[in-house]
Design a protein around this ligand. Structure first.
Ligand SMILES: Cc1ncc(C[n+]2csc(CCOP(=O)(O)OP(=O)(O)O)c2C)c(N)n1
Ligand code: SF4
Length: 307
């Protein structure tokens, strides 16, 4: 299961998220889910709270998931999968279930950083053997791009609209990966679909570790980010190369940075192609780009020092 990821091997595997789902074309979340499912050789039981991924892959009596998959309420995907994992443990003890099944949550940032936070924190603290994946598109996309605590400073969202009153969101985003690591779980990491090898290796590694694991994966949303529909991979690459979205992992308290850009790109390169930031390039808001850049630089330096 561990070891190098060979494209040839992956290309021969069945994709366990069927086409015909209703995600927007070019949606980062769909790409992420496919990569995660391809990375695993174990049977998986998954759970998703309400959000874009859930509503688009489970329409009426039909589902795109070719694995057992549960839709839970917006606020409790972690509790749902924790319950399933507990039941599985009992069934294994009784000799009624195979042992090697893995349990995964796929949840948006709204369902993770905000409304599902207490159930996630609880499941992590109790030590369930689960992998929680946040596909972070930085807003509540399914209900019309409301700001979440993952939305960056200055983002124009429907509940932090850029205009004469405010210049987009007035707070910085929450550092959820760090917060999860502070639960002293054995594995917390950040990944990006632009670096599929790194992403899939992290999934494979996480699935081998017993106990609670958290992986935060940047998932561009062309609707909410107001970017081109074929930009998901390019944008997530610039996010990594500008250190906006550093690739790192924290394994039993030890931090490793997995990618140090040869040439650190300016944050502007990430902001410019996205309509949600277009107002920041106007003269009266330009100071916000400097503020954002300063925060990125500080966080990046702190991350390097923590290794
Ligand atoms: C308790 C509760 N509050 C609000 C909603 C309405 N709602 C459904 S999906 C959603 C947004 C989900 O956002 P996120 O988790 O970031 O996923 P995304 O849609 O961005 O993929 C909201 C607010 C709900 N279903 N349940
Ligand atoms: S609105 Fe965004 S997150 Fe939702 S399906 Fe479309 S691209 Fe994906």
């Amino acid at each position: 299961m561990r070891g190098s990821i060979k494209l040839k091997d992956i290309s021969e595997k069945e994709i366990l998220l069927a086409s015909g789902h209703r995600m927007c074309s070019g949606c980062g979340a769909a790409i992420v889910v496919k990569m995660v499912l391809l990375a695993s050789d174990y049977p998986i039981v998954a759970c998703s709270p309400t959000g874009c991924l859930e509503v688009t892959t489970c329409i009426s009596d039909y589902t795109s998931w070719k694995i057992p998959w549960i839709h839970s309420a917006f606020e409790n995907a972690a509790a749902t999968i924790a319950g399933v994992e507990t039941m599985h443990r009992v069934l294994v003890k009784k000799g009624k279930a195979r042992e090697d099944i893995k349990f995964i949550v796929f949840a948006g940032d709204g369902g993770t950083y905000d409304i599902g936070f207490q159930s996630l924190s609880g499941a992590m603290e109790r030590g369930h053997d689960i992998l929680y994946i946040c596909y972070d598109n930085e807003a509540y996309m399914n209900t019309g791009t409301q700001r979440s605590s993952a939305s960056p400073l200055g983002a124009d969202t429907s509940t932090s609209p850029a205009g004469d009153v405010i210049p987009g969101k007035t707070q910085h985003r929450k550092n959820m990966t760090r917060i999860m690591a502070e639960h002293n779980i054995p594995y917390a990491a950040q990944a990006s679909p632009s670096h599929y090898n790194d992403l899939m290796k992290k999934i494979r590694k996480a699935l081998e570790i017993k106990g609670p694991k958290f992986i935060n994966i940047l998932s561009p949303c062309n609707r909410g980010w107001r970017s081109n529909s074929n930009d998901a991979i390019e944008l997530s690459k610039i996010a990594v190369d500008s250190c906006y979205w550093p690739l790192y992992e924290i394994e039993n308290g030890k931090t490793t940075v997995n990618h140090i850009p040869k040439e650190k790109k300016p944050l502007r390169d990430f902001l410019k192609p996205q309509g949600r930031f277009s107002h920041l390039f106007k003269e009266n808001n330009i100071h916000l780009i400097d503020q954002l850049q300063k925060k990125i630089d500080e966080d990046w330096n702190r991350l390097l020092q923590s290794c």
